[in-house]
Design a protein around this ligand. Structure first.
Ligand SMILES: Cc1cc2nc3c(=O)[nH]c(=O)nc-3n(C[C@H](O)[C@H](O)[C@H](O)COP(=O)(O)OP(=O)(O)OC[C@H]3O[C@@H](n4cnc5c(N)ncnc54)[C@H](O)[C@@H]3O)c2cc1C
Length: 469
């Protein structure tokens, strides 16, 4: 639970006199640590986007092309997020529109794993040709997309450690964030901050209401779900890529039940004939390695424990692959599917997905099955999702100003999240969040007060609503 300045002062017994010596803002989590002298001088932007992943990159680009001065902050040393640092380079769901379509088109044209380049894209970007690409290819295309926007300052290798929060009546306001840079702190001030961190770090440290793990279906009146919450999140998975290094090597497919994807095809190993699997024979495979439950995916120490377990569990498989004449490239980070969700003005429920609700304030289209790993949900239930819309209100955290969320952390139940967490949808949400953030910042208004019809018109002009016209 975050501590704001007022609570800190109350808890420490410091009175009004001390209060007046403190700056106008405080760090939500550390209460009174504003006196820690930053190593670097404060930077100011219209929009700060935290997290350069599938949601954060489109958010930054969308804000920048709308005229905002944007900083895009990433804790890794390179942008890309999950496809780059967790090797999740296979795309699910859609629609594949807007900046996501541009990403996939460029990957198809220049970076096909099997070397078969493709100018075509197919309806909604799903023409059955290329479905995964190398992590480095994502990194390269994302770099180019960011570089093309002179309004974006990219900062990599700088974790955001805290939100800067000002007290404002009943609703506090995020005024920016604090980053850790080269052994010291730096403050970034921004009219609007977009939390696209995949783990809700800004929202959590600012004191927003956080959802984590399964809720009971009665919590948000869902027709399907658990009777009693078990608090679980989806298991984490160590992804890797195996690559032939011995000329005569044949991939030992029969040692693997599932989770191996050859260069260009959609099917998972067990669903296709062996001839088809070997037909292309490029010798490069994307693999879903071992999975384990992690007791708390918001805590890096617990995540490291899970990674150690996984490494141990998949030792044998990796040995089998290596003995068959393949090298294994492990993803640098273990794949964390689920973390915090930030409760917003609206909560997307599984029934919204079943009914295909298109809310009046729709800012993105979405369509994908319910895909909650580790939860045995009947196939008919999983696949009864209709194309649905993401409401703008799901991006606006309850009782907080100056902040929008984007990507997998937006407001929804765990079951709904298991559908909209996929990359095309996260990208569409990010593009909308960046557009909204720029509108609020440049009009000097609150994220709640922007003209949603104008936002929708803008998004329409970027092709974001093309798929279900
Ligand atoms: C194992 C696994 C398999 C998956 N399979 C698929 C699939 O087959 N198809 C599909 O479409 N989707 C799949 N997904 C889901 C999808 O990849 C993610 O949900 C999606 O990438 C989320 O995008 P995001 O931008 O919200 O978050 P992320 O991709 O996590 O990006 C967030 C970024 O924020 C950065 N960040 C985090 N904290 C900080 C901080 N404190 N300071 C600065 N930066 C920070 C991170 O380093 C990261 O770059 C899978 C996910 C996993 C983990």
């Amino acid at each position: 639970m975050s501590i704001n300045r007022r609570i800190f002062l109350k808890r420490t017994g410091a009175g009004l006199a001390l209060g007046s010596l403190l700056p106008a803002y405080s760090f939500a989590k550390t209460g009174g640590k504003a006196e820690e002298k930053p190593k670097y001088s404060t930077l100011k932007f219209d929009v700060a986007v935290v997290g350069a992943g599938p949601a954060g990159i489109p958010a930054a680009i969308a804000a920048a092309r709308n005229g905002a001065k944007v900083v895009l902050i990433e804790e890794d040393l390179a942008p890309g997020g999950t496809p780059v640092d967790m090797y999740v380079t296979f795309m699910c769901g859609g629609p594949r529109v807007g900046l996501f379509k541009k990403l996939v088109q460029t990957l198809n044209q220049r970076f096909s794993v099997g070397g078969i380049l493709s100018e075509t894209f197919g309806e909604a970007g799903s023409d059955g040709k290329n479905h995964w690409w190398m992590p480095a290819s994502f990194q390269q295309v994302y770099h180019e997309m960011i570089l093309a926007e002179p309004n974006i300052t990219l900062m990599c290798g700088v974790p955001v450690v805290d939100a800067i929060v000002a007290e404002k009546g009943n609703r506090n306001q995020v005024k920016g964030i604090r980053i850790f840079r080269n052994g010291g702190f730096q403050h970034i001030e921004a009219a609007i901050t977009v939390d696209a961190s995949g783990n809700g770090i800004v929202a959590a440290t600012a004191g927003c209401k956080i959802l984590y793990g399964s809720e009971a279906k009665s919590d948000f009146n869902e027709s399907f779900g658990l009777d009693v919450s078990d608090g679980k999140v989806q298991p984490v998975t160590q992804m890797y890529i195996s690559q032939r290094v011995r000329k005569d090597a044949v991939f030992p497919i029969d040692k693997f039940g599932s989770g191996v994807l050859e260069d260009n095809h959609r099917q998972w190993a067990q669903e296709q004939p062996r001839e088809e699997f070997y037909a292309r024979n490029t010798g490069v495979f994307l693999q879903w390695g071992a999975s384990v439950y992690c007791s708390d995916t918001t805590d890096p120490v617990r995540v490291a424990e899970a990674q150690q377990k996984v490494m141990n569990n998949q030792k044998k498989n990796i040995q089998v692959i290596q003995e068959a004449g393949f090298a294994v490239h492990l993803a640098p980070k273990i794949g964390v599917r689920e973390s915090r969700r930030v409760q917003g003005e609206a909560v997307i429920t599984v029934d919204d997905l079943f009914k295909g609700v298109k809310p009046d304030d729709k800012i993105a289209d979405a369509h994908y099955a319910i895909d909650a790993w580790g939860w045995n949900i009947p196939y008919e239930v999983k696949t009864s999702v209709k194309p649905y819309g993401i409401p703008y209100r799901a991006l606006i955290p309850l009782n907080m100003e100056g902040l929008l969320t984007a990507g997998r952390i937006i407001s929804g139940t765990r079951l709904a999240n298991s559908s909209y967490r996929v990359q095309p949808i996260c990208s569409n949400i990010g593009e909308a969040a960046g557009t909204a953030a720029a509108m609020a910042a440049l009009n000097q208004t609150a994220v709640r007060n922007i003209d949603v019809r104008e936002l929708q018109k803008n998004l329409e002009s970027y092709g974001l609503f093309d798929a279900y016209k």
